[in-house]
Design a protein around this ligand. Structure first.
Ligand code: G6P
Length: 454
C-alpha cells in the first residue's frame, strides 16, 4: 500500500481535544497506511511565512507551516473566506473581489507546494482537501510531482453561471485538471463541475465521470458523500448522558422538550432564519407554548471577517427580541450559547433533544445532521428537521425536510417533530440509521482512495 499524504488547511495534531469527524476518518487512513499530514499551523506569526514544525506519532508524521499575519489575512481571512466561501455557498451578494487577496492566496498555495514537494515520494498518494487549496495540485505538478493526486471539495460546487461571476475564475478552477480524481459531496455538485468544465473550461465530458482537459489529460469527477463514524458516535452518545454537562442540561429543562441546533456561527447556516422560524412556531402553535425549549449552540468562527461579526450582532438582537416577546418568569424559549463543547458532550446533548434543527441556506453535506441521528436513543429517537439545501438531504430522506427560507414551513415542522408518535419516529430513525451505518466515514475514505488508486 502506498503512503498516504493528506493536505488540508487545518491539521488535527495529536493532543487536539476536539478532533472532528473528518479528522477521525483521515487519522484511521493515515494509521492504516502510514502517512504524512501537511497543513497550516493555524498561527499568524510575525516572522516570514514558511517555517515548518514537525511531530511524529507512530507511523504518522505531522508537518505544519506557519504563515505571517499578512498571508493569513490575504489567504485565509481574505480570498478563502471572503471570496470563495460566499461564492461556493451561492452568496454572490457577500463576495468580496480583491486582486490583492487573490494573489496572496495563490502565493500561499505556491508556498504549500514548495514546502511539500521535497517531502513527497514517487509512489505516494496525495489527497488534498477543500477550497483553501484548489490550485495546489497544479502547482505540485509544475514541480515535477507525478504521483496520484486527489482533491475533495467539502463545500458545495455552485453552477457555472455563479462561478463565471468571479474574475479570473478559470485560472483557479482549471487547476483542478491536474488531479487524477476530484471528489464532491453530491452528484449534483459533480454534475455542476462537469457543466462548468464544458462551458468555460474548454474540456470534454466523456461520460461516467470521465473528463478531458483541453490539453487531452484525463481525470475523473465524482460524488463521494462524506459520512460519520456512526458506531463510535452512537456509543459516545449513550455514554455521554452520564456527563455532568448533559445531566445539568436535562435537569434544567424541567420536563420540557428540547430542540437543539449546533452550528459554527456562519451565515451559510441560516441562523437568523432559524430563529425567526422558531418565533413563528411560538406564534402559530400557541397550544405548544411553554412545552419546548430551543438550545442553539453557535461557537464563534472566523471572527476576523466582517460578515461574521455582523452576523453575531444580528443574532444577539433577534435572540433578545424573541425572548423579550415570549419568555415568562420561569421559561426562556431560546437559549443562545456561543460556548464550545467537546464532541462527546455534544452527542449527549443531541440524545437529549426531541428535535434536531439543521436548516442551513446552503451546505456541502452537514455532519451535525448525521451526528444528531446517530446519537439518538433507539427506544425514543428524536426527529431531525433538515434543510433541503444541505447535501445531507439527498441521503437523509426520512428527516422532516424543509425549505429554510419558508418560515411557516420551519415553524410547522418543529410542531410536527415535537408531537410525532413513537412508532413513526422509530421508522424514520431506523431507515436513516441503516443508511448511516452502511455509508460511514470509513466507507467514504475507502471508496475515494480505492478509486484514486484504480
Ligand atoms: C468547513 C470547511 C472546512 C473548515 C471548517 C471550519 O467545514 O469545509 O474546511 O475547516 O468549515 O472552518 P475554519 O475556518 O475554522 O477552518
Amino acid at each position: 500500500m502506498s503512503r498516504l499524504v493528506v493536505v488540508s488547511n487545518r491539521v488535527a495534531i495529536p493532543g487536539d481535544t476536539r478532533p472532528g469527524g473528518l479528522a477521525v476518518g483521515l487519522l484511521a487512513a493515515l494509521k492504516e497506511r502510514g502517512g504524512l499530514w501537511f497543513g497550516w499551523s493555524g498561527k499568524a506569526t510575525r516572522d516570514a511565512s514558511g517555517t515548518l514544525h514537525e511531530q511524529v506519532e507512530g507511523d504518522i508524521r505531522y508537518v505544519t507551516m506557519d504563515l505571517d499575519k499578512h498571508d493569513v489575512d490575504g489567504y485565509y481571512n481574505g480570498f478563502a473566506n471572503r471570496t470563495l466561501w460566499p461564492l461556493l455557498h451561492f452568496r454572490l451578494d457577500l463576495v468580496d473581489y480583491d486582486r490583492g487577496t487573490r494573489e496572496t492566496y495563490h502565493r500561499v498555495n505556491e508556498l504549500f507546494a514548495s514546502k511539500l514537494a521535497p517531502l513527497l515520494r514517487e509512489d505516494d498518494i496525495v489527497w488534498i482537501h477543500d477550497y483553501h487549496l484548489i490550485p495546489l495540485a497544479a502547482m505540485l505538478r509544475e514541480r515535477g510531482i507525478g504521483c496520484r493526486i486527489g482533491f475533495f471539495l467539502h463545500v458545495p460546487m455552485p453552477s457555472a453561471d455563479l462561478l463565471q461571476a468571479m474574475p479570473d475564475h478559470l485560472r483557479l478552477f482549471s487547476s483542478l485538471y491536474a488531479c487524477d480524481l476530484v471528489g464532491f459531496q453530491t452528484q449534483r455538485d459533480a454534475d455542476r463541475f462537469q457543466t462548468y468544465l464544458r462551458l468555460f473550461g474548454g474540456g470534454r465530458v466523456l461520460g461516467d465521470g470521465q473528463l478531458e482537459a483541453p490539453d487531452g489529460r484525463r481525470f475523473r469527477a465524482a460524488a463521494f458523500p462524506i459520512g460519520i463514524d456512526t458506531e463510535r458516535i452512537a456509543q459516545q452518545a449513550k455514554a455521554a448522558v452520564g456527563k455532568t454537562a448533559v445531566k445539568d442540561l436535562r435537569g434544567s429543562l424541567r420536563d420540557r422538550q428540547l430542540a437543539i441546533g449546533v452550528d459554527r456561527l456562519d451565515y451559510s447556516k441560516g441562523l437568523p432564519e432559524r430563529f425567526l422560524g422558531f418565533e413563528r412556531y411560538l406564534e402559530r402553535h400557541p397550544d405548544q407554548h411553554g412545552s419546548l425549549t430551543y438550545l442553539q449552540i453557535a461557537p464563534v468562527s472566523r471572527g476576523d471577517v466582517t460578515e461574521y461579526r455582523q452576523l453575531r450582532s444580528q443574532l444577539e438582537q433577534i435572540a433578545g427580541h424573541i425572548n423579550g416577546g415570549h419568555a415568562g418568569p420561569d421559561w426562556t424559549p431560546l437559549r443562545y450559547v456561543n460556548q464550545n463543547f467537546t464532541h462527546a458532550t455534544l452527542t449527549g446533548f443531541y440524545r437529549s433533544a426531541a428535535v434536531g434543527l439543521v436548516t442551513p441556506l446552503r451546505d456541502g453535506m452537514n455532519l451535525v445532521a448525521k451526528e444528531y441521528v446517530a446519537s439518538q436513543d433507539p427506544d425514543n429517537p428524536g426527529v431531525l428537521v433538515l434543510s433541503l439545501l444541505a447535501g445531507a438531504a439527498d441521503e437523509l430522506k426520512q428527516a422532516l425536510l424543509v425549505n429554510p427560507h419558508d418560515l411557516d414551513g420551519v415553524a410547522d415542522a418543529i410542531a410536527t417533530a415535537a408531537t410525532m408518535p413513537l412508532k413513526r419516529r422509530q421508522e424514520r430513525w431506523n431507515a436513516m440509521m441503516e443508511h448511516l451505518r452502511r455509508h460511514d466515514i470509513n466507507h467514504w475514505r475507502q471508496s475515494f482512495l480505492q478509486e484514486l488508486e484504480a
